[in-house]
Design a protein around this ligand. Structure first.
Ligand SMILES: *[C@@H]1O[C@H](CO)[C@@H](O)[C@H](O)[C@H]1NC(C)=O
Ligand SMILES: *[C@@H]1O[C@H](CO)[C@@H](O)[C@H](O)[C@H]1NC(C)=O
Ligand SMILES: *[C@@H]1O[C@H](CO)[C@@H](O)[C@H](O)[C@H]1NC(C)=O
Ligand SMILES: *[C@@H]1O[C@H](CO)[C@@H](O)[C@H](O)[C@H]1NC(C)=O
Ligand SMILES: *[C@@H]1O[C@H](CO)[C@@H](O)[C@H](O)[C@H]1NC(C)=O
Ligand SMILES: *[C@@H]1O[C@H](CO)[C@@H](O)[C@H](O)[C@H]1NC(C)=O
Ligand SMILES: *[C@@H]1O[C@H](CO)[C@@H](O)[C@H](O)[C@H]1NC(C)=O
Ligand SMILES: *[C@@H]1O[C@H](CO)[C@@H](O)[C@H](O)[C@H]1NC(C)=O
Length: 907
């Protein structure tokens, strides 16, 4: 622990430095963590959470293990104090600030025995002038930050008279650790006379004349607006000089920003940049991710540089187009209503992706390296957009940085979801400060695609409130508009012109928009007669209709859909004891949060059992279910089977939403729920907590290719259609084959199929290539015996690419439920080629459904494909990517291959 020094004892060296600006990272100090009860006092670090320091000091074990989510709740039921002595700060600075990038959440801060501030917002930057306290400090300057219990304080606030409540109880939809602590970096900033320190920087790049949510004119020059928030007082007559450099640090443009405007703490200026002097930034698959460095120097009236900031930027326009469908669009077959899609640099595109949740309950453990690994899986999964769901945290800069480099668009949200919020002036101004800080902080990133006010408020919560309490509804609606329109929208448009805003995901869009007076948007709400409007969000846990496409929502963009599945045995094993490795064990049930318990009650089994039942029923309904004699192997096979259902269900919806690009709904987005896990539990994730891909991530990767061939079967009419869908920006043409096989791999003769059927698909479009009555096509055969293999082979051009590229895709259709199919042993074999770093899988004796390459714990291996089908005699050579290998390469010997047929075996 840091030795307490007498404050007055300062070395001459430090006194000299004191005349210059000095920024001290408070993580370099030794900290102490103490609890309210007083029995715990341990060394601590920042950024951190009490939980992490308790684990680091062995006060508690592995935080995520077993039922610790319940057993460690004593931690959040009391206060925790982080303290340190600011021992070597200068005593002669004109001003000293404490700069906190994030305190989670309710704190009381003291320095030298004096109260400095109380904070109550995890997402704000706090900058506290402690100059007077320090100069009066006659002892060692002890800094202490007392964190209250957020759940208890929130409960107290909710119980105050006059607070609004939705008609729902407290829910724990995920792990409930409610961590408290200084979760983001903190600094002491000391300034001499006339010095300033930049605490936040806005760089906004947009087309001249552009306004939020409106389609920019691509022929206009760029405008670059820069605005710097400083600590200290800006001298009168400040100016701003700028340089834009390319990736190899060649200067592209430089000079002084025009229209400079300043207050004591903010200086702003802008400049136009000719359109042709920079290259565009594109999302992955649509062109290069060209990046530039912008440096802005703040100059005093006597032309001294008093501050300098650099931000990496990209030149692009991204807009959410919510304009009415035009007559020209209607003439093309698009249904009337509004548009609801994104356009990059003037081009509509198909958004393919998923929903990102906090990758860890404990954010200080998330870093650039873990984030890059995850985002590499996004790109490998053929995804170009993530919806960063609101109920977590604003993404750190390094996440946007990596997304900028990889070309992943980040739909970002303010942190509101599925709840009713206060609208008193203190709360609204707190929210406004938070929003302004966050909007300015991340705006320079070209990956930033959009700001939404929050999650599931407009199309889900408002109608529910209207139904349950119609008398109070007008007031609730007015409060909704006060927060999401009157407060949040200005926080966006006063700071950026480049980014679109909407009050909620999901919504039906606006009828009109102006920037003069609130409420700015005339909202459409449920006024949707005579057209198709807005986004969809779809969950249906009745697995009997999982593959009935007429149950799926028809909209312009699908931002959420899903079903839960189990993680793999390898992942479970790391988090629960061996005696808990069974489907409905106590640990599995308690870790399941679908459905959430509806309270903090740990013994409420009823809701979670319902979710366990849904997974079980889906597996039983659609697949042969495992009955292995070895109980662990049986558990593993059950986990996998729930993943197969999940993958097939999402796959059915992804193909439906992609085909929608060529139907009147003109659907231009599919973002499934959810990309990844934050712990080991039954969830909707496609990537497990340690990075393993579930069957879903592979299936989505396959179906997010540019050109795909898809079957659509209507069980009531027995009609099968085959469609080819392309999200390329030019037409593609090629041929489609569709061949029927028995499960033993013998081709079915005497049926038509398709043989070299020519197909052309327009830009961002879908074409039906075959429509057949299965009863007629397969007359005389049993559906249980037969499968259809479809393939498309086409050529076309990728966006911004001159070269013609071949596109191929294979897909399978089973004419009966797989639970009833007469599966045969496909005779799978797998071999490893050490030199070529590939595996080869082949099916010797039959059709292999959901061919699955499995590998041991202690490593994450992602294969070029997995969960695929193979025809008899077919083989597939697969490259792979290895991360975090703790087995020294021995995992290769533990690789196995299986398929759905293995579910029919006793061992
Ligand atoms: C707990 O923390 C809150 C917020 O900092 C503070 O208001 C309260 O006084 C603290 N209570 C105790 C017992 O430390
Ligand atoms: C260009 O400058 C930036 C910022 O100063 C630096 O991080 C980067 O490494 C430089 N790049 C090259 C290619 O020199
Ligand atoms: C400078 O900023 C103030 C405050 O935002 C604003 O009222 C004023 O119009 C601005 N002046 C110029 C020249 O942009
Ligand atoms: C737009 O501006 C007018 C006039 O300032 C105002 O009356 C109206 O409520 C505003 N909002 C919308 C959505 O039209
Ligand atoms: C409903 O939407 C139509 C079509 O956009 C619009 O003309 C009409 O004014 C809206 N009605 C209401 C009550 O907002
Ligand atoms: C928790 O739920 C169980 C079963 O519903 C009930 O018996 C028990 O009283 C509840 N406990 C608390 C603390 O609410
Ligand atoms: C798990 O428990 C649920 C709820 O009781 C039940 O419906 C389901 O059949 C069980 N699943 C398995 C695989 O035993
Ligand atoms: C495959 O199954 C079909 C239908 O049962 C049968 O007619 C055919 O002879 C079988 N082929 C082989 C190679 O066993």
């Amino acid at each position: 622990m840091h030795q307490r020094q007498a404050w007055k004892v300062l070395t001459p060296v430090l006194l000299q430095i004191a005349t210059a600006q000095q920024v001290t990272d408070l993580s370099t100090y030794s900290w102490t963590l103490q609890n309210e009860v007083g029995n715990i006092s341990i060394p601590a670090r920042i950024p951190s959470y009490a939980h992490l320091d308790l684990q680091a000091n062995n006060v508690v074990g592995q935080l995520e293990y077993g039922l610790n989510d319940f057993d460690l709740r004593w931690i959040w039921m009391q206060n925790w104090t982080y303290s340190t002595v600011l021992s070597d700060l200068s005593s002669s600075a004109a001003q000293t600030y404490l700069l906190f990038q994030g305190l989670d959440t309710f704190t009381s801060i003291e320095l030298c025995g004096q109260h400095v501030a109380s904070t109550n917002n995890q997402f704000r930057q706090y900058y506290l002038d402690v100059s007077d306290i320090l100069s009066d400090c006659n002892e060692s300057p002890l800094l202490s930050i007392n964190f209250g219990s957020a759940p208890q304080i929130a409960e107290d606030i909710a119980n105050e008279p006059g607070q609004e409540m939705w008609p729902y109880g407290t829910e724990i939809p995920g792990p409930a650790y409610a961590p408290a602590g200084p979760w983001q970096p903190a600094y002491a900033v000391q300034l001499g006379q006339s010095q300033v320190h930049p605490r936040n920087v806005l760089v906004d790049i947009y087309k001249q004349g552009q306004r939020n949510n409106l389609i920019p004119d691509q022929d206009q020059p760029w405008v670059m607006n820069a605005s710097i928030d400083v600590l200290g007082t800006l001298p009168d007559g400040a100016s701003l000089s700028y340089t834009v450099k390319d990736a190899s640090n060649g200067t592209v443009v430089s000079g002084n920003l025009a229209d400079v405007n300043q207050t004591d703490s903010v200086v702003t200026g802008s400049i136009t940049i000719p359109k042709d002097s920079v290259d565009l930034w594109w999302p992955v698959g649509m062109g290069p991710q060209t990046l530039y460095y912008v440096t802005i120097d703040v100059m005093s009236a006597s032309n001294q540089a008093i501050a300098s900031v650099t931000r990496r930027v990209g030149f692009r326009t991204i807009v959410l187009n919510e304009t009415p469908v035009t007559d020209d669009q209607i003439a093309l077959g698009i249904a009337p209503g509004n548009n609801w899609h994104f356009e990059i640099n003037g081009h509509p595109f198909y958004a393919k992706g998923s929903n990102f949740i906090p990758p860890d309950v404990f954010w200080p453990r998330v870093n650039a390296s873990t984030t890059r690994t995850l985002l590499n899986s996004v790109v490998a999964g053929n995804q170009n957009m993530l919806r960063v769901w609101s109920s977590g945290a604003y993404s750190p800069d390094f996440m946007y940085d990596i997304a900028d480099e990889l070309g992943i668009l980040l739909w970002s949200e303010f942190e509101f979801g599925d709840a009713l919020y206060p609208v008193n002036p203190e709360f609204l101004s707190n929210v406004y400060e938070e929003a302004v800080y966050q909007v300015r902080r991340v705006n320079h990133h070209p990956s930033l695609a959009y700001w939404a006010g929050g999650n599931e408020l407009e199309n889900l919560e408002l109608p529910t409130a209207n139904e349950s309490d119609p008398e109070r509804f007008p007031q609730l609606l007015a409060e909704y508009e006060q927060l999401f329109l009157t407060t949040l929208f200005p926080a966006v448009f006063e700071n950026t012109r480049s980014i679109s805003y909407a009050p909620s995901s999901t919504s039906n869009g606006f009828i009109s928009l102006n920037f003069t007076d609130p409420p700015y948007f005339q909202e459409r709400y449920d006024n949707t007669t005579g057209g198709i409007y807005g986004e969809t969000d779809y969950y249906n846990y009745d697995s009997s209709v999982a593959f009935n496409t007429s149950a799926y929502p028809v909209g312009r963009f699908s931002n959420e859909f899903g079903y839960h599945s189990m993680p793999s045995l390898q992942t479970w094993r790391q988090y629960i004891p061996d005696d808990q490795l069974s489907f409905n064990s106590t640990h599995v049930i308690y870790r399941n949060r679908h459905y959430p318990p509806g309270s903090l009650n740990t013994t409420n089994y009823a809701n979670t059992s319902k979710g366990m039942g849904e997974m079980t029923l889906a597996a039983q309904r659609w697949y042969p279910t495992p009955h292995k004699s070895d109980s662990i192997a049986n558990f593993s096979a059950w986990c996998w089977t729930t993943q197969v259902f999940q993958a097939e269900y999402y796959g059915s919806q992804i193909q439906f939403y992609r085909r929608g690009s060529g139907l009147p709904q003109r659907t231009l987005g599919s973002l499934y729920w959810q990309l990844e896990d934050q712990w080991a539990a039954p969830t909707w994730a496609g990537i497990e907590v340690d990075g393993r891909w579930k069957v879903l991530h592979y299936r989505a990767r396959d179906l997010y290719q540019n050109v795909v061939v898809s079957p659509f079967f209507d069980e009531s009419t027995r009609e099968l259609e085959v469609w080819v869908t392309s999200d390329l920006w030019e037409g593609v043409s090629g041929a489609v084959d569709a061949t029927w096989y028995f499960w033993n791999g013998t081709e079915v003769t005497n049926v038509k199929g398709l043989h070299g059927q020519e197909v052309s698909v327009g830009a961002l479009n879908s074409t039906r290539v075959w429509s057949v009555d299965l009863g007629e096509e397969l007359a005389g055969y049993d559906m249980e015996d037969i499968v259809l293999r479809m393939s498309v082979s086409a050529t076309g051009r990728r966006p911004n690419n001159e070269e013609k590229t071949p596109f191929t895709h294979t897909n399978w259709f089973h004419a009966s439920r797989l639970s009833e199919a007469n599966l045969v042993d496909p005779g799978l074999e797998i071999s490893h080629d050490q030199d070529g770093q590939t595996f080869t899988v082949s099916a010797k004796s039959g059709v292999s459904a959901f061919t699955w390459i499995d590998y041991p714990a202690g490593v994450v291996v992602t294969f070029d494909d997995n969960g695929f089908w193979l025809g008899k005699g077919e083989s597939k050579r697969l490259g792979y990517n290895v991360t975090g290998d703790t087995t020294g390469g021995a995992w290769v010997q533990g690789v196995t291959v299986q398929s759905l047929w293995n579910n029919t075996l006793d061992d």
